[in-house]
Design a protein around this ligand. Structure first.
Ligand code: C5P
Length: 298
């Protein structure tokens, strides 16, 4: 007789790490209205968590700090599941129903991936659960169909993204103490892109080779997030969040994506911890997360 433990369905857990745009230069615009970008991206060690289990019927539930207000019927996670299942079916690998649980601990509509990271984690998690394989180009096409940021979230390692975000190249980066701050004002990505004044800016250019963290942060200082000025106009608390991070002696401060999350990178864990503590005492209603960036090999 099979031992009970062996008969239990397998449960796969995937993290959907927060995406951090260290820099985001808008370099042009496509005919379909999407903006061309040159972005230096890293990921945090922390993020949402998704659990996948084979089940009698499909189900999806959202729990966690930011579950409220998030749809369980119209969610990018479900679109990712359905697109992946259809593609696997077309490749002769049909798969059955699955129950998905999303623990939503990242704020929504906040410039750090959110829905894109959850969708990418769904693709990774279901491929693992089903022990299934797709040609990398097919997986990339599915990811891009789900959103411009989904291909980079699928990689979840430090990278440079061009095109509308789909042309990805791995970049070497150190693991650095990181504090995320969000005034908990949701920001609409299409609205920020619409209010962007200058559209054909310079690309990021050559990346300097740095031998230590301080030098690396220094090498970023000329880089911008072109979405930050319009986002600060629409939501002034973004400027305040970045000011507070600068005052906390972060080595590099910017807004991520279309906001409203701002981040600070620090030389040491102690400095990051001190900053996170001070910020959460000073602004108890804001979201403050102490974490680290993941390291990357080119
Ligand atoms: O692809 P995604 O659904 O994440 O994009 C949301 C919206 O942000 C798009 O509909 C578009 O208005 C804008 N966007 C853009 N250029 C990009 C990415 C997003 O204009 N590279």
């Amino acid at each position: 007789m099979t031992p009970v433990a062996e008969r239990r369905p397998e449960r796969i857990v995937e993290t959907a790490p927060a995406k951090i745009n260290l820099a985001l230069h808008v370099t042009g615009r496509r005919d379909d209205g999407y903006h061309l970008l040159d972005s230096l991206v890293t990921f945090a060690e922390d993020g949402d968590e998704l659990a996948f289990e084979a089940s009698e019927s499909d189900s999806f539930r959202v729990v966690g700090r930011f579950a409220l207000g998030l749809s369980e019927d119209d969610n990018l996670v479900l679109k990712a599941r359905d697109l992946l299942r259809a593609a696997l079916h077309d490749h002769g690998q049909p798969h059955g129903p699955v129950s998905i649980l999303l623990d939503k601990s990242l704020p929504i509509a906040s410039g750090i991936g959110g829905g894109s990271a959850d969708a990418a984690a769904t693709l990774r998690g279901l491929l693992r659960l089903w022990n299934a394989h797709l040609p990398p180009e097919t997986l990339q096409q599915i990811a891009l169909k789900l959103g411009a940021d989904v291909p980079m979230c699928l990689a979840s390692t430090p990278l440079r993204a061009r095109g509308i975000g789909e042309a990805i190249e791995a970049v070497a980066m150190p693991a650095v103490p990181l504090v995320l701050v969000n005034p908990l004002k949701p920001v609409s990505t299409p609205e920020i892109f619409r209010s962007l004044q200058r559209r054909d800016n310079d690309p990021i250019g050559e990346l300097a080779v740095a031998t230590n963290v301080s030098q690396w942060m220094q090498s970023l200082s000329a880089l911008r997030n072109d979405l930050q000025p319009p986002a600060e106009t629409l939501e002034p608390e973004i400027a305040e969040a970045c000011d507070l991070l600068r005052q906390s002696l972060a080595g590099y401060v910017r807004m991520s994506g279309s906001g409203a999350t701002c981040f600070g990178l620090y030389d040491t864990e102690a400095a990051a911890m001190k900053a996170a503590l001070a910020l959460s005492v000073y602004r108890p209603n804001w979201y403050v997360l102490l974490t680290r960036t993941v390291p990357g090999d080119a």
